[in-house]
Design a binder for this molecule. Structure first.
Ligand SMILES: [Zn+2]
Length: 400
């Protein structure tokens, strides 16, 4: 963006007021940005009639503090333009997690949930009650888990698999019920594929205008339901002594730790996003890390920019997490040749010797698919970085 550019607020940007803040909601691409309420009027000045320099004058007039053209341009480019709040930014990809899901199937329609939910359940989602119950349920599950964790896990059982599938739906119902208790209207519950990974989802796009503490409760309600159902299966095991029930309890309980990993788009991710008041936590934190290192390398001091420490820590932690994942992928990928060999051998057994042990074929095929996909993403990322670096160098070279 050059300084002659006259920014225009995109017409599909919705501004929602929420206490001292406003939330910009880019419906089309699914981006959200939270700003102090004082920005509302300033944003309305971006109507295509003012250049960045003119906006700088307005900024100084409006807020009574100075901002450099560079800092303002950076704000418009990094925070507004990249999220599609400002018109004319090309090649923007949709960020709404639901829109990148493939082969979506709606399992439960909003209407059914509206009918089964009764406001008599609201008390469960009151702050004190909710956290006390959550803690109690967690402890009870932990006790069952710790005392029986050596049980043999037969994950191939079709029965266990079907029950777990239904439990996933209850997890989403948990989020939806909490949203209902907090006077918001949750959307459909469904199932889809995020690349090769099967995922369940509930449309909670309506929850942005409710209080922070209530949004955190909605985020944690899926796990709350996992613990509740897990405990139910634990009790069934104690009554019937059927180890299948115990197995379901253990799988459900261990699965919640995956939901509590804040570095993937899990429930914990949204808890952090809401606690820090940062929608698009991933984008915002990576921008923060980039700006921090950029300033560190160039020794550029800008009085208008001070790092958001929690965001910076989260961003650095996320980077470390993904570096660790990349390292594990590379270690894993060393066995891909053996995996392919074993897969072909198992396939040959099935085709020519009528030996129908397909479980090896399926597990090997999934492993190969997963590693190739991870490697593909890794190369794509490297290619993107190389491209950006190349562009930067071209600009520098032209200037010189
Ligand atoms: Zn969840």
């Amino acid at each position: 963006m050059t300084n002659e550019c006259k920014p225009i607020l995109n017409s599909s940007t919705l501004i929602i007021e929420n206490g001292d803040y406003i939330v910009l909601n880019q419906k089309e691409f699914g981006y959200q940005l939270k700003l102090k309420k004082e920005f509302q009027q300033f944003l309305s000045l971006m109507d295509g009639s003012r250049t960045i320099e003119q906006l700088q004058d307005e900024y100084i007039k409006y807020f009574g503090r100075t901002i450099s053209v560079d800092a303002l341009e950076e704000f418009i480019r990094e925070r507004l333009s990249k999220c599609g709040f400002i018109e004319g930014y090309e090649k923007l990809k949709p960020r709404n997690s639901q829109s990148i899901l493939k082969a979506k199937i709606i399992i439960l329609e909003t209407g059914i949930l509206e009918k089964i939910y009764t406001r008599h359940l609201n008390f469960i989602f009151e702050t004190k009650m909710f956290y006390s119950l959550l803690f109690t349920l967690f402890s009870a599950n932990l006790v069952v888990f710790l005392t029986h964790k050596s049980v043999y896990l037969n994950t191939k059982s079709g029965f266990v698999f079907s029950i777990l599938f239904i439990c996933h739906i209850f997890h989403e119902i948990g989020h939806a019920m909490a949203a209902k208790a907090k006077q918001s209207s949750p959307g459909n519950i469904g199932f889809g594929f995020y690349f090769v990974l099967p995922v369940f989802f509930v449309d909670l796009s309506d929850t942005w205008n409710i209080q922070k503490k209530d949004r955190i409760i909605i985020n944690l309600s899926g796990i709350f339901f996992d613990y509740l159902i897990g405990l139910g299966f634990g009790l069934l095991f104690f009554i019937t002594t059927n180890s299948l029930f115990l197995m379901i309890q253990i799988i459900l309980f261990t699965k919640t730790f995956y939901n509590l990993n804040p570095f993937i788009r899990s429930d914990a991710y949204w808890v952090i996003s809401d606690s820090l008041d940062k929608p698009n936590l991933n984008d915002n934190s990576s921008i923060e890390v980039r700006l921090f290192f950029k300033r560190l390398i160039t020794f550029k001091t800008n009085n208008n920019w001070k790092p958001n420490i929690p965001l910076l820590i989260y961003g650095i932690a996320t980077t470390c997490f993904w570096l660790f994942i990349i390292q594990s992928i590379l270690i894993q990928s060393k066995t891909i040749i053996t995996d392919i060999n074993e897969f072909l051998y198992a396939l040959k057994q099935v085709l020519f010797f009528n030996n129908w042990d397909v479980s090896v074929i399926i597990s090997k095929a999934y492993q190969i698919l997963f590693i190739s996909f991870a490697l593909y993403l890794l190369f794509k990322l490297l290619a993107k970085w190389a491209f950006l670096l190349h562009q930067k160098l071209v600009v520098l070279w032209k200037r010189a």
